[in-house]
Structure formats: C-alpha cells, structure tokens
Design a protein. Structure first.
Length: 184
C-alpha cells in the first residue's frame, strides 16, 4: 500500500534538497571564491569575511537558485560586488580616520599654542606683580592669589579695608598697564 506524500512532506523534502544543494555549492566553490577574493584583497581575514557574506546571501536566496543560469558567474559576480563594497567602505573609513587624525593634530597644536600663550601671559603678570611696591604686592597676593577677603587682608596687615581697596585698584592698574606694554 502506497502512501501519498502530503504538502508538508514535500516542503520538508524540498527544504532538504535546497540545503543539500547549498552544501554542495559551498564545498565546490568556497575555496575557489576565497582565492578569487584574496587575489583582490590581499587579506586572509577579509577574504574569508567576503566569502562568508557571499554564501550567507546565497543561503538567503536559496529558493531562487533554480533561476540562476550560470552559478559560477553568479557567485564570482557576488564576490566582486562584495569586494567592491568592502573597498568602498574601507576607503570611506580611512578618509574618516584621516580626518579625525587631522582634527586631533590640529586640536593638539591649538592646545599647545594656548598653553604656551597662557604660560607667557602668566609670566608677564608675575613680572608686573614683582614690580609692585612691597605693601601693594602683599595686598595683591593675599587678595587675588590666596583669595582672602578685603577685611581679612586689612586685619592681617593692620591697615584699613579702604586702604586695601585703594591699593588693589592701583595694583590692577599697574598690572594691566604693564601687560599692555609687553603685548604691544
């Protein structure tokens, strides 16, 4: 007694056939396609990735394999296209890396220049402070460098807060004038 094959059995059988066909294609073409990709890319790892992508694409279209007239040409075309895609992406990535590197170098140069300018400016200010009369210098250092309040500075130096304010104004005028002369 013969049993009729149900639609499910045919589907399972056709899936098995497609898988078997795919495995045969893989065994037959994998090494040749790898050599083809390696010849263009000169990289073992990238060539293997390309072949993996090609066979993944082939697996995804396995239901349409019967429509392909020349599987050899089709697979080689897939490899070529994937290599071109890879090279295009790699070139774009390299341009991005080059641009990022340029930006980093420029930023580093600017930072170095800024540091140099700040250092020179700080030295000029220090020279101006050194030229202040002793009491004015002490008031400026206690107030601006150490961050003490006017009343505290007055108490430490046994002078009035009004004197501290006046001496700070004169110190700042001197420093600004000195810096302007040095910069010009």
């Amino acid at each position: 007694m013969q049993q009729k094959a149900s639609g499910t059995d045919l589907q399972i059988n056709s899936e098995d056939v497609l898988e078997q066909l795919f495995n045969e294609l893989f065994r037959e073409y994998e090494h040749r396609l790898y050599l083809f990709a390696f010849k263009m890319l000169k990289s073992d790892a990238v060539a293997k990735d390309v072949i993996q992508d090609v066979f993944l694409k082939l697996w995804m279209i396995r239901y349409r394999l019967s429509e392909i007239e020349n599987i050899n040409s089709f697979l080689h075309r897939l490899v070529e296209n994937r290599v071109i895609d890879y090279l295009r992406t790699a070139a774009k990535d390299q341009r991005k890396k080059d641009q990022l590197w340029q930006n980093m170098l420029q930023a580093n140069n600017l930072n170095q220049e800024e540091l140099l300018i700040k250092k020179e400016f700080h030295q000029i200010i220090q020279q101006a402070i050194e030229q202040l009369p002793p009491q004015r210098k002490a008031i400026y250092i206690l107030s601006k460098t150490e961050g003490r309040r006017r009343n505290e500075v007055a108490s430490l130096l046994h002078i009035s807060p009004h004197t501290v304010r006046n001496q700070l104004v004169k110190a700042m005028e001197h420093i600004v004038s000195f810096v302007k002369r040095q910069v010009d």
